[in-house]
Design a protein around this ligand. Structure first.
Ligand code: FES
Ligand code: FES
Length: 166
C-alpha cells in the first residue's frame, strides 16, 4: 500500500493551518474535500498514521512530525485501483461523488483496523450501517451522503471487504 506523505516540520505550535488546506493548497491533493468544515460529514477524511482524521479541523501543529498521511489520491497501488475504489465504481455507489472520499478513506481505516485486530469476517450490512452512522463502538464518527446513495455505499464497502480479508 502506498504511503502518501510523511509530515515534516509541522509540529510548530505556530501552525494553525488545517491539514485539509495543507494537503489541497500546498500539495495539490484533490481527494479530501471540504464539506461542512466542522467535523460532521467526513468528506475531508484522510488516514493519519492509519486512523481516520477529519482534516478540516485538524490543525497542523497537532500533526506529529513523521506522521504517515494517506489520501485518496495515493490509494491506487501503482496503476491498480484499491478494492474499495473498484467496488465503488462497479456498484455505482456515487451520485454526485462529493462524499466518496470520506466513504472510501473512512471505511479503509475501519476495515484495516478490524483486520489488524484479527477480525477477518466480512462486516454485515448492519455493521457497515453502524459504522457509517457513527453508532459502532470502534467508530464514533458518522459519514454523510447528501444524495442518499447509502444503500449502494454499504454494498460497495462489503464487496471490498470480501477482497481485503482474503
Ligand atoms: S468537511 Fe470535514 S467533516 Fe465535513
Ligand atoms: S453521492 Fe452525493 S453526497 Fe454522496
Amino acid at each position: 500500500m502506498q504511503a502518501d506523505y510523511q509530515s515534516t516540520g509541522t509540529g510548530s505550535s505556530q501552525n494553525s493551518e488545517q491539514l485539509l488546506y495543507w494537503l489541497r493548497d500546498r500539495l495539490g491533493q484533490q481527494g479530501p474535500r471540504f464539506g461542512c468544515g466542522i467535523a460532521q460529514c467526513g468528506a475531508c477524511t484522510v488516514l493519519l498514521d492509519g486512523t481516520p482524521s477529519r482534516s478540516c479541523v485538524q490543525q497542523m501543529h497537532t500533526v506529529p512530525d513523521q506522521s504517515e498521511i494517506r489520501t485518496l489520491d495515493g490509494l491506487a497501488d501503482g496503476g491498480e485501483p484499491h478494492p474499495l475504489q473498484r467496488a465503488f465504481v462497479a456498484l455505482q455507489a456515487a451520485q454526485c461523488g462529493f462524499c466518496v472520499n470520506g466513504m472510501v478513506m473512512g471505511s479503509l481505516g475501519w476495515l484495516e483496523a478490524r483486520i489488524a485486530a484479527g477480525n477477518r469476517a466480512v462486516p454485515t450490512k448492519e455493521e457497515v450501517e453502524d459504522f457509517l452512522s457513527g453508532a459502532s463502538a470502534d467508530n464514533t464518527r458518522n459519514y454523510l451522503c447528501r444524495c442518499g446513495t447509502h444503500t449502494r455505499i454499504v454494498g460497495a464497502i462489503r464487496s471490498a471487504a470480501k477482497e481485503m480479508v482474503r
